[in-house]
Design a protein around this ligand. Structure first.
Ligand SMILES: Cc1ncc(C[n+]2csc(CCOP(=O)(O)OP(=O)(O)O)c2C)c(N)n1
Ligand SMILES: [Mg+2]
Length: 356
């Protein structure tokens, strides 16, 4: 386990090597069914990325941020949570973690089609809405975690954010409060080496995000974010620690954004092509696939079957969402005030009259 206590580049913990092999005698702490479920979710996410991209180009979906390259990081961490009592607080690139908590693809499509109903989490699903305002979800997550403790519940909150988001002041406020209060929270930082076009080298002078945890009085762990097993095991440790009342952990999952920032971005203008090419060898989906084939858990027939099921699920979600596409401008005013000020009521009326 690499505990980062000092600044500087540290080697991330790794179990599943890029060539799909594991250390001699290593037995993953996941059953065959859990392994296949994890792989299916990663494959599902990759396929949603492809479909959502082409649907956006056809004008059927709005702006979308793909997960490609980060599937092991998102799925490995989510698997360490118990959806019945633990919470996920996402940024905007964590669809598979949201699905595992009980969110539905149909709702995600609705959200991307401009219907705010898609970002309303179903009752009983332990999940906060997608957050675009960077790092604002971090203090929310700490408040949620601290609140769970006050209510005598044993839930843990896993909050996701990026290398870019970690430069916001909210990061400091959230970590400090969580450390002082020993809030049961896992700060899951996905270092995908880019914040739109800002490289990670411009985000920190130290080379390590995990090292920052020392300043808040809790452990920081650096893991290979493209290694499902290393991510899973690190998150299990962090969740156990939080549940035992020992407080937060900061996990830096070192991964790579293989696609554009979102559908409005053209990374060929700033990502060196040789960098993208080099990271292809670290593709987390291919890495797990190679391992599962060698372990006798996956074969071409199962892969074909999974792909067929995934295709059908995506088709059904889209068919369910499309008739409800779009929102009304006045929905901007919903859920802001219990008793809206007169000025806003007037603005709302003016908008409705304009639309009429
Ligand atoms: C407070 C705030 N400032 C700026 C932006 C614009 N913005 C959207 S995404 C992004 C980069 C975020 O990078 P990172 O946190 O590394 O997450 P990633 O997109 O790489 O997953 C920026 C600057 C924003 N959404 N919110
Ligand atoms: Mg980033």
């Amino acid at each position: 386990m690499a505990i980062a206590t000092t600044a500087g580049e540290l080697e991330p913990t790794r179990i599943l090597a890029p060539d799909g092999t594991v250390p001699d005698g290593y037995d993953p702490p996941l059953s065959t069914k859990e392994l296949l479920d994890a792989y299916r979710l990663m494959l599902f996410s990759r396929r949603v990325d492809e479909r959502a991209f082409s649907l956006q180009r056809q004008g059927r979906l709005g702006t979308f941020s793909p997960v490609s390259g980060q599937e092991a990081s998102v799925v490995g961490s989510a698997l360490a949570l118990d959806p019945a009592r633990d919470w996920v607080v996402p940024q905007y690139r964590e669809l598979p973690a949201m699905l595992r908590q009980g969110y539905r693809l149909e709702l995600f499509f609705l959200y991307l089609m401009g219907n705010p109903a898609g970002n309303r989490m179903p009752d009983g699903v332990n999940l906060l809405p997608i957050q675009i305002s960077l790092a604002t979800q971090l203090p929310h997550a700490v408040g949620l975690a601290w609140g769970l403790r006050h209510q005598g519940r044993d839930g843990v909150v896993c909050v996701y954010f990026g290398d870019g988001g970690s430069s916001e002041g909210d990061f400091h406020e959230a970590c400090n409060l969580a450390g002082v209060r020993r809030a049961p929270v896992v700060f899951f930082l996905q270092n995908n080496r880019w914040a739109i076009s800002t490289p990670v080298s411009k985000q920190t002078a130290t080379g390590s995000f995990a090292a920052r945890a020392a300043g808040y009085g809790f452990p920081g762990e650096l893991v290979d974010g493209n290694d499902l097993f290393a991510v899973y095991e690190a998150t299990v440790r962090a969740v156990e620690r939080a549940r035992a009342g020992k407080g937060p952990t900061l996990i830096e999952a070192r991964t790579y954004r293989m696609g554009p920032h979102n559908t409005a971005d053209d990374p060929t203008r700033y990502v060196p092509p040789e960098e993208l090419e080099a990271y292809r060898a670290f593709d987390p989906v291919a890495r797990l696939r190679t391992y599962l084939h060698a372990a006798g858990v996956l074969d071409d027939a199962i892969e074909q079957q999974l792909r067929g099921e995934i295709e059908e699920e995506i088709r059904a979600a889209l068919a369910a969402a499309e008739p409800q596409a779009g929102g009304r401008g006045e929905q901007l005013f919903d859920n802001v005030y219990a008793d809206p000020p007169a000025r806003l009521t007037q603005q709302r009326r003016a908008l409705v009259d304009d639309d009429a």
